[in-house]
Design a protein around this ligand. Structure first.
Ligand code: SF4
Length: 116
């Protein structure tokens, strides 16, 4: 699979019963080292709380924003997502603990602020 092209592999994975887009992208990024950004509930929670994206937006729209904005490097996708997970676990849970959060300044962004 490592020799395959990412879009084709993603299509094949999505054809497997039980594999959704987040799982397919996780397999591509973490198991195969392919450049495919993973969107999860943590990502949606943090970025929508900062009014940068709509939480109920389509998965592929979210993915496209990150992949357009970030340098196209597997290691960076990997680390960026890991930082999101850590931020969510330490500060941005179901209840936000903004007081000590490193992103706390961002919560005053205007409603129409764009992510990039
Ligand atoms: S400041 Fe931190 S905890 Fe508060 S909403 Fe933003 S990411 Fe979540």
């Amino acid at each position: 699979m490592r020799c395959g092209k990412t879009p084709e592999l993603r299509k094949k994975l999505l054809n497997v019963k039980g594999i959704g887009r987040e799982t397919a992208d996780s397999i591509l990024l973490y198991a195969l080292g392919k450049r495919s950004f993973v969107i999860d509930a943590y990502t949606k929670r943090i970025f929508s709380r900062h009014r940068l994206m709509q939480e109920d937006g389509d998965y592929d729209d979210w993915k496209a924003v990150f992949e357009k904005a970030l340098p196209r490097r597997v290691g960076l996708y990997n680390d960026f997502h890991a930082q999101i997970v850590r931020l969510a676990k330490e500060f941005c849970g179901t209840a936000a603990r903004c007081h000590n959060c490193p992103l706390r300044q961002g919560i005053n962004l205007p409603k129409d602020a764009k992510l990039f």
